[in-house]
Design a binder for this molecule. Structure first.
Ligand code: PEP
Length: 255
């Protein structure tokens, strides 16, 4: 399956930004701008914004995701939110293993894997983030790092479940830094991810997998990044907070 047969997916990751009132305002501005998109459009928003986001986007083509979920269904995990809780609200997607969670909140490949399996079991579609640190790239071990993350994060995920998984390649050095990977660097690693998935599953499963690039993607660089064969979409941080910029990226993915 070639790129043309995979649906492009543009997802905003709002991080810890926007109150419910601000979420309503932003999504009310985004929805009409992306209504004719020829790609999947998702806004992954803070937990407290989910209900407002779902209500504001009802009847539009904008899907809503969360930014994390716990692996247990329920229990003594103060402050956590479970996958069934999200699914029961009508949330469709969930970002897992974001580098900020790995860096600041002790997320490991083991917990990313547990969260991924829990999300899938609840019918959520996980956006699983992988990516190397700058130091790892400089030491020339990007492929080892990515292969290890893919193997561990997808451990015990069946081929059938994989159909609901999106992988986001997010080089840590490019997130929130304004430093974008070149289109060639993004393509090289996204192609490597696809080849790794082909080895773990099979070529058809790998060909069908949506692989996003994330890391300072914006309205100026999106078209070139998204033109690459193995870059099927984007996970967008900063630029997803500005309706016109996010819509311009969606438009680039719709070409
Ligand atoms: C992200 O948070 O996933 C991200 C890619 O952020 P930014 O676009 O701001 O680099």
């Amino acid at each position: 399956m070639n790129k043309a047969k995979r649906k492009a997916v543009i997802a905003g990751n709002w991080k810890m930004n926007k109150t419910p009132a601000e979420a309503k305002e932003l999504l009310s501005a985004v929805a009409p701008l992306v209504k004719d998109a020829d790609c999947e459009v998702i806004a992954c928003v803070p937990f407290v914004d989910l209900q407002t986001a779902l209500e504001t986007t009802e009847g539009t083509n904008v899907k809503i995701g969360a930014e994390n979920c716990h692996w247990a269904e329920s229990g003594a995990f103060t402050g956590e939110i479970s996958a069934p809780m999200l699914a029961s609200m009508g949330v469709e997607y969930v970002v897992l293993g974001h580098s900020e969670r790995r860096q600041y909140f002790g997320e490991t490949d083991e917990t990313v894997n547990k969260r991924t399996k829990a999300a899938l079991a609840s019918g959520l579609k996980p956006i699983v983030c992988v990516g190397e640190l700058l130091w790892e790239r400089e030491c020339n071990i990007t492929e080892e790092v990515i292969a290890r993350q893919i193997k561990l994060d997808l451990w015990d995920v069946t081929e059938d479940e994989l159909k609901n998984v999106i992988i986001a390649y997010e080089p840590v050095w490019a997130i929130g830094t304004g430093k974008t990977a070149t289109a060639e660097q993004a393509e090289e690693v996204c192609a490597f991810i696809r080849a790794t998935v082909a080895k773990l599953y099979n070529q058809a499963a790998a060909d069908a997998l949506t692989i996003q690039y994330g890391g300072s993607m914006n309205d100026g660089n999106a078209e070139e990044l998204l033109s690459k064969e193995n870059v099927d979409g984007g996970l967008i941080g900063g630029a997803s907070l500005v309706a016109e910029k996010f819509a311009a990226i969606v438009a680039a993915a719709s070409k």
